[in-house]
Design a protein. Structure first.
Length: 249
């Protein structure tokens, strides 16, 4: 019994040492991988890297990691000089094969995602416009709600109707629903699907559309991931994309 007890204690100690060594190794690998991803993907900040799976050392010996999660900060979106932060930028790397010299790796698949809140969308929108959730039915169609007064929207676009007869109508808040579309993998295009009625001024629709429609360009997403889908959710616009054979360092 004494020998068995000693054997069990020894096994526990060795197991603890192995776990400690495994965690130290994975922490070092995560730090080095983060630096390599920043360099190879041209990121402005070092990302957070989390290597999943246990034990890590056996994955390294097999030269394949099941999953590596990357969180990126410093991604921005801009429209006409108005810049806002993009939140929750993530890349999930799968089937990561380690090179023979252990100095490089390639992910068989990378799934990327990002989100911009309505609060930040409003900061990047034309002056005088507020962007918000359009409700489940319109959100399912990829639409957002834009509110503001025609007077302020036209003023921000450097336009004016110049007709005092309709001043009270131009100062009333109106709601416009704009569709959201991804262009070239990094540009978000907002296009009004409806315009406020009841203002019978020549050229009003054209001027309003010029004031409301705009493009928002996202900068800083890992270079090999092309965003190809945008969804309007209660929390903002959510983007996603996928890439294959992405170099990790």
């Amino acid at each position: 019994m004494r020998a068995l007890r000693i054997l069990l204690i020894t096994a526990v100690i060795l197991g603890g040492l192995f776990i400690a060594a495994d965690r130290i190794a994975v922490n070092m690998a995560e730090s080095e991988t983060a630096d390599k991803i920043r360099t190879s993907q041209g990121l402005s900040q070092t990302p957070d890297v989390s290597i999943k799976g246990f034990p890590f050392l056996t994955q390294v010996l097999g030269k394949q990691l099941d999953e590596v999660d990357v969180s990126v900060e410093g991604v921005t979106a801009a429209a006409d000089g108005r810049t806002v932060n993009v939140t929750e930028v993530k890349a999930d790397l799968r089937d990561v094969k380690i090179g023979s010299d252990f100095s490089s790796a390639v992910a068989g698949r990378a799934d990327g995602s990002a989100r911009i809140s309505y609060e930040d969308l409003a900061k990047a929108a034309p002056e005088g416009a507020t962007v918000g959730y359009a409700g489940p039915e319109r959100a399912a169609k990829g639409q957002v709600k834009v509110t503001g007064t025609p007077k302020d929207l036209l003023k921000s676009a450097g336009r004016s109707m110049g007709d005092s007869r309709f001043a009270s109508l131009l100062e009333r808040e109106v709601t416009v629903f704009s569709s959201v579309e991804l262009i070239d993998g990094k540009t978000v295009r907002f296009k009004a699907e409806s315009l406020p009625g009841g203002i019978p001024l020549p050229g009003f629709d054209r001027l309003m559309r010029d004031a409301i429609d705009y493009d928002l360009t996202i900068e800083g997403v890992p270079s090999r991931i092309t965003l190809d889908r945008v969804e309007a959710t209660e929390g903002g616009l959510r983007f996603s994309g996928r890439a294959q054979d992405v170099a990790v360092g």
